[in-house]
Design a protein. Structure first.
Length: 309
């Protein structure tokens, strides 16, 4: 296993290099530039700005400069936000997005898996129908509807939770509740549906019939045999989902004023801020690669038939 992990870590280097290369040139091919405005900038000022950021050089030279800076851990200056580097903005906001995504993922895993497994084990019962109805609701209603609804009822109508603040002020950790639940709801529903379907499939397998024939208790069969098999689809879903939570929670971050990375991810695209786009893509890609490696390791633990030798 350790040899496989080392090989995978080394394999991330060319993967990230390819991602950086493709994104760098594709961004430059897009129409417009970071300094395009509704009112045209005078030509001499534009030339000075481009010279300051080395945009007047051939694109191959710009690429070489960027890769060299990247190898030194420098993501470059932001073209939109003056006197600030991309690293400052991203690494200041990344912990907030990581906290939001981690808490939401924890809730999704605990509630989604447990509810889905029980629904699959007790299929065609009132519990199964009730929770699957909730799962359909969670999947169907988008976060930009759930967030304002939670804010309206829990904050404005009932005054139970703050609308914003993010760990600041008197509310403290209570500011986490609404954004975390709003982000987690869709993934709770999705994981419940996945775990229910995989539980039903595992219950129909031969080794479960053998366990029942041996007279093992239902709770023992559920925890020792069914749960491991039911977690395999969740493990596949876990990696890319966490990465999507991290950079795709811009709606929740905007509604609840969370100072996270998602806002920069969207704004940089609108502003054509080349270096900010590249920085967010690199972070997203790194998280996705790490989570996929973690998924492969979890697969080996859950399914002994998988070998990494």
């Amino acid at each position: 296993m350790s040899g496989y992990v080392i090989r995978r870590i080394l394999g991330t280097i060319p993967t990230l290099f390819i991602i950086v290369t493709i994104c760098f040139f594709f961004i430059r091919l897009a129409p417009g530039g970071p300094f395009d405005r509704e009112k045209a900038i005078p030509e001499n000022i534009l030339r000075n700005i481009e010279e300051k950021y080395n945009l007047d050089e051939p694109i191959v030279v710009q690429y070489a400069r960027y890769v060299y800076s990247l190898l030194r851990g420098d993501l470059g200056p932001s073209f939109r936000y003056a006197d600030r580097s991309v690293s400052e903005y991203l690494f200041r906001s990344l912990p907030n997005s990581m906290l939001l995504a981690s808490l939401a993922m924890g809730i999704a895993l605990m509630i989604g898996i447990s509810s889905g497994v029980i629904a699959g084990y007790k299929r065609n019962t009132l519990y199964d129908y009730s929770f699957m109805l909730f799962a359909v609701f969670g999947v169907s209603v988008p976060s930009f509807v759930i967030g304002p609804l939670f804010m309206y009822f829990f904050s404005l109508q009932w005054g139970l939770l703050p609308t914003s603040g993010w760990l600041s002020g008197r509310a403290g950790v209570l500011t986490l509740v609404l954004p975390v639940i709003s982000l987690a709801l869709y993934y709770v529903a999705t994981m419940a549906r996945l775990s229910r379907a995989s539980t039903i499939e595992v219950l129909q397998s031969d080794y479960i019939r053998t366990a029942n024939a041996k007279g093992l208790s239902p709770s023992y069969i559920l925890t020792k045999h069914v749960l491991k098999g039911a977690l395999l689809p969740i493990a596949s879903y876990f990696g890319p989902t966490f990465a999507a939570m991290l950079t795709g929670s811009v709606v929740i971050e905007t509604i609840f004023r969370v100072p996270g990375i998602g806002v920069f991810f969207v704004q940089s695209a609108f502003n054509r801020d080349y270096t900010m786009i590249m920085g967010t893509v690199i972070i997203y890609s790194t998280v996705l690669i790490v989570m996929n490696l973690l998924v492969d390791i979890i697969y080996g633990i859950l399914d002994p038939r998988i070998s990494y030798s």
